[in-house]
Ligand binder design. Sequence first.
Ligand code: GCO
Ligand code: MG
Length: 404
Amino acid sequence: MRITAARVVVTSPGRNFVTLKIETDEGVHGIGDGTLNGRELAVASYLNDHVIPLLIGRDPARIEDTWQYLYQGAYWRRGPVTMSAIAAVDTALWDIKGKVAGLPVHQLLGGRSRDGVTVYGHAGADTTEQLLTEVEHYVGLGYKAVRIQTGIPGLASTYGVGHVGTTYEPANAELDLPAESVWSTEKYLAQVPSVFKAVRDEFGPTLRLLHDVHHRLTPIEAARLGKSLEPYSPFWIEDPVRAELQEGFRLIRQHTTTPIAVGEVFNSIWDCQQLISEQLIDFIRTTVVHAGGITHLRRIFDLAALYHVRSGSHGATDLSPVCLAAALQLDISIPNFGLQEYMPHSPETDAVFPHGYSFADGYLQPGEQPGLGVDLDEEAAAAYPYRPAYLPVNRLEDGTVHSW
Ligand code: GCO
Ligand code: MG
C-alpha cells in the first residue's frame, strides 16, 4: 500500500480548522487535525511546503517510522507548528490503519480499559448566582465534572468565561487585531474561593469541580490559591502558572494538596518530563493535535503512568472533531485516564466533520467505526473559507502585558 496524495483543507465553520487528508492507492483515506489556534496557516504551510512532498509513495502502515522520519529527519525539533504538523500526519495514518484492519483505533491500542470516557463541561457566567444555574444545567445533562469560571468584580471581562447558555470562543474573527482584556491578580484571588464555596454548598461534596487559572499567577500566588481552595476539594486547578520555569511547581506542591493539571501548550514528552518525573503535577493535559499525534501522546501517557500522573486532555472547541475523536480512542484505552475536556462543537462544525462519537450521561463514547470514527465533508468545508482570527492579549491595570 502506498500514499498517492495528501492535501490540507483549511475551513472555518464558525472557527478555523486545519485538516490533513491522506489518500492511498487502495482507495482508503485518513484524516488528521493540524489546527493551531491563531497560527493556522503556519501549520498549513509546514505541511504543504515541507511535509506532503515527503509522504508521496510512502507505506502508510509505517506509522512509527514516518513519525521518526518527520521528527528526527527534519533536524529542527519540537514547537507547536512542527508538532501539530507531525500530529496531523500521524493521526491520519492511524485512521488508515484502523480502516484497513476494519477496527476502531482503540482496538489497535489494546482495546477498552473502561466503559466510557468521563468528560467535564464548561460552566461559565458573569456572576456566581448565574454560575449556579449553569452548573445545574450540566448536572442535569449527567456531567460528573464541571469546570467553573466567573467574571471578576471590578474587571470588564475575563478570557475563558462563557455566558449563560453559550460557551466561549477562544479566537475572535470579528476584530482585525487581538482583543485586549485587563487583569488584576488581587481581585481574582479575592473572588475565587467564594465561587467554589457557593458551588460546593449548592451541589454537595462529590461533584468534580475544576478551575482554569490560565497561567496568570506566580508560584507563590498559585500556592495561596491552592490552599484557599482546599476546603472545597477541587478536582484540579489548571495551568496555575506559566510552565516555562518548571521548578516553580515545586513551590506550589510544598504548600498545597490541591491537585494540579498542566500541559495544553506542551508539544513533546520533553516538555512534560520534569513535571511528571518529579511528581509536581497530577494531570497531564497534552492532547493529540499539539503533542505529535497518537503515537507521541501515548508515549507521554505511558511515562505519566509510572508517576501516578493521569491524563486530562485539552478539548476546547479549537481542537477539531478529528482531534477529539483521536483523543477518545486513547482515553478509552490507556490505563491512567483521568478526565477529558469536552466543549461541544457548533452544528456547522459537526456537519463538516461527521463523526461517530457521542455523549450520554456524562460520558463520551468513541463509537465502533473502523479508524478514528470521524470524516471530513470536503464539499461542506468549501463553503467556509479561512478567516484570520487572533487569540486575545491580557494587560494588568497599569497596562503591562500579562499572561492570559
Ligand atoms: C482550555 C483552554 C482553552 C485555550 C484555547 C487556546 O482549558 O480549554 O485554556 O480555552 O485557551 O484552547 O486555543
Ligand atoms: Mg486551559
